[in-house]
Structure formats: C-alpha cells, structure tokens
Write a protein that binds this ligand. Structure first.
Ligand code: ADP
Ligand code: GN1
Ligand code: MG
Length: 370
C-alpha cells in the first residue's frame, strides 16, 4: 500500500468517533465482497474494522447499516439480559461518524463503515477440529433465536431474492444467452451438472412460496469465516458479516455453514479429488445448532436440514459458474480461472453430499432424539 493510500484511509477512519490515535490502517481478512481494513490505534486503546461496503452489490447501504445497527443492539441487549460474563468481549457495534451517521460517503460515492474490532479473536477458513463445529452450530442457532423477537418490523432486504433459486437460475440463463466473454463452450460439463439438478433444487423455494416454511430472521452468509473464535479458548465470541441479515429460511444458515465447515478443503481448492463431505463436522454442528433451535423449528424444517446443505452448495456452484460465464463481474477473483475452480469444487461437494444423504438424515434424527 502506498503512503497516499495510507493517508487517505487514515483520513477516512478519522471521520468516525474512534478512540485513540490511529497508527495504521491495513487490509484485513478474506471476504469476497467488501474491502476490509484493520485500524490499529496507539497503546491500550481499542482497534477497529474499517470497511468499504460494496455499493454495486448492496444497492441501499444506509438501509443495510440500519439493519446491522438494529441487529447488533438487539443481540447486545440479549447478552446483557442473560448477564453474559463475556459481554465486553463479545459485543460488536457500529461506530458512528462525527455527524452521527452509520456510514461515511466519500466524494467518489463509496460507503465506508467502522465497527469495533473483537479483541483476541480469530476467524478460520476451515474448521480445525470437529468440536469447533459444535460451538459454531450453537452460535448460528443462537443467533437466529436471539433475533426471533427483533422489534421494529421486518429488516430491509439488502439483496433482493438473495437465495431465491429462480432468480439465480434466471441470471444463469441470461449469462448463457449473452455469453459475453465466449466462455460458455469451455464449461459444458459444469453446465450439465447444474442443469441436471435444477428441478430438485427448487424444493425449498416452492415450499416457501406456498407458505409451508416459516420466514425467519436469518444471517444468510454463515460461511465459517463469518464467526469469530476466541484465539485461546476457541469459544465463539461473535457472529459477524451482518450485511445480509434479513428475512430468510433456516436452511440458508444451516446449509451455508455446512457448505464451508464440512468441506474437507477450502471452496477454491483445485484438486477436487480432495473435496469430501466431513460427516463428523456435520454431526457436531447439527448437535450444536439443534440444541438452540429444536423447540422452534417445525418437523418439516428439520427434515429438510440435510437437503439444505446440498441446496446452499448448489446455489454457490451456480453463482460461481454464472459469474465465470459473465466475465467475473461479481466476486473478487485472484486469477482468471478462480470462479470456475470454485464452481467445480462446489459441484464436487454437492456430489459428495448426495452420497452422504442417508447418513445425514440419520444424524439429524439421532440429534433430535437426544
Ligand atoms: P466480507 O463481507 O467481505 O466477507 P467481513 O465482514 O466478513 O467481510 O470481514 C472480513 C473478515 O474481517 C472476517 O472474515 C474477519 O476475519 C475480519 N473481521 C470482520 N469484522 C471483524 C471484527 N469486528 N473483529 C475482528 N475481525 C473482524
Ligand atoms: C460472499 O462476503 P463473503 O465472502 O462472506 C457472498 C456469499 C457467498 C460467498 C462464497 C453478499 O460472502 O453469498 O456464499 O461469498 N456474499 C454476498 O464464498 O454475495
Ligand atoms: Mg465475510
């Protein structure tokens, strides 16, 4: 990073009501959507996370920040009511600007936000041991439970139809029809894998559309790197990346967590023979998740939990493939083949999950009985 960048970032950070002298602002984390920076301050003062929110993807950043602020405050009030001894370590909150806004808009139209950095925390790209999956399951299950009584009406839909399979299929069809960078002919096998499963993958949306599945407040991006573990104890401190918290199905959160945590490799591993579904991680996560949610979920929601893992992996494969055909307009990529590599990896994971389907059902049934 050049010193001009550094100065610019420092001056943007200076728009917010942070404590202490800002020493440096440097790139941080591994997100595919926003630009994230760590703000380091002098001495014992807290550090912060600065983000440039992707306003091409999140069309109404002010509404999104309002959502996030409501969610953070509600969770903090729940921790307070429960007399959580780790309240101070677990709380995440948005820091406002000097003129009391939740974002700073620069002259180029970029939206910047700041939140407190959760001290002594780590995020992981891959689960390090199955026990970490159980605490992650508790954290995501509890997150939904905590938000079940969020006051103030429904949250804004920050990305319309985010996990609506019909919307994603429509984008895929459009990409194929326009084939803007001539890649379609090179991805025939992947297109076939996607198309052969399309009907089955409409199941959740059909049930939601006919009112048979409850709409809850869900996170919608429960990738395992979106929880913060305590560096020393591996306890969960916070669920982060709240940009997509909005109305959704329980399956979006359960499925996406398993798509990432129960993959034996990262989502862009190119040696797809290494992509396997880790049933032990699934068992631990299911146990943790259901320990928090079993009393509120309907029998049909529970029955569809195994399917949700295939669904969320499939929808990511579809989105990565669509973005590849489209010429990489959505996800951050590190090289030109990145999106197709991700798509292949996710297709392989869907196949692995299909092989484990029966066992996954047995795990869910056993967890419910316990
Ligand atoms: P993106 O939407 O691009 O994925 P995230 O909000 O997930 O962005 O942030 C990217 C990474 O930054 C996270 O995976 C995590 O490692 C780190 N991070 C984000 N917020 C915090 C925070 N409040 N405290 C500590 N680390 C954080
Ligand atoms: C994006 O921002 P990040 O990296 O946590 C994406 C998710 C995908 C994920 C795939 C807003 O999540 O939907 O599951 O990449 N977020 C958005 O890795 O599109
Ligand atoms: Mg993230």
């Amino acid at each position: 990073m050049t010193s001009t960048d550094q100065n610019l970032l420092k001056s943007i950070a200076g728009e917010f009501k942070t404590e202490g002298e800002i020493i440096s602002v440097r790139p941080f984390g591994n997100g595919h959507i926003n630009d994230t920076f760590l703000i380091e301050t002098a001495g014992e003062k807290p550090n912060y996370i600065l983000q440039r929110k992707n306003h091409l993807i999140f069309k109404d950043v002010p509404a999104m920040m309002e959502n996030i602020d409501r969610v953070c405050k509600h969770i903090e009030s729940k921790l307070r009511k429960a007399n959580d001894p780790l309240l101070g370590k677990k709380t995440i909150r948005q820091i406002s600007t000097h003129d009391a806004k939740l974002y700073f808009k620069d002259e180029k139209g970029n939206f910047w936000t700041v939140m407190n950095f959760v001290a002594n925390s780590k995020s992981v790209e891959m689960i390090e041991k199955p026990e970490m999956a159980e605490v992650a399951g508790i954290a995501f299950g509890r997150f939904q439970k905590q938000l079940a009584d969020l006051p103030g009406g429904p949250l804004s839909e920050t990305i319309k139809d985010f996990h609506n399979i019909y919307f994603r299929i429509n984008n895929f069809e459009k990409a194929k029809a326009s084939n803007p960078v001539g890649r379609l002919a090179t991805v025939k096998a992947e297109v076939e894998e996607i198309e052969s499963r399309m009907e089955k993958m409409k199941t959740l949306q059909k049930l939601a559309d006919s009112g048979k599945l409850p709409i809850r407040v869900t996170h919608n991006d429960t990738k395992i790197n979106n929880v913060l573990f305590d560096k020393d104890t591996d306890e969960i401190l916070a669920v982060i990346d709240l940009d997509t918290v909005m109305p959704g199905l329980v399956h979006f959160d359960f499925g996406d967590a398993m798509r990432t945590a129960a993959n034996t490799v990262e989502e862009d591993e190119t040696d797809i023979s290494k992509v396997k579904f880790n049933l032990e991680v699934f068992r631990y996560f299911t146990k943790g998740f259901l320990s928090e949610t079993r009393d509120t979920l309907t029998p049909q929601e529970i029955e569809l939990l195994p399917h949700s893992c295939q669904f969320m992996t499939y929808i990511m494969a579809l989105r990565f493939l669509t973005d590849y055909i489209d010429g990489d307009t959505y996800y951050k990529i590190k090289h030109p083949e990145h999106n197709i590599e991700r798509a292949r990896n996710q297709i392989k994971l869907v196949q692995e999950m299909e092989k484990s389907e029966q066992k996954m059902k047995e795990v869910v049934n056993a967890a419910i009985k316990n």
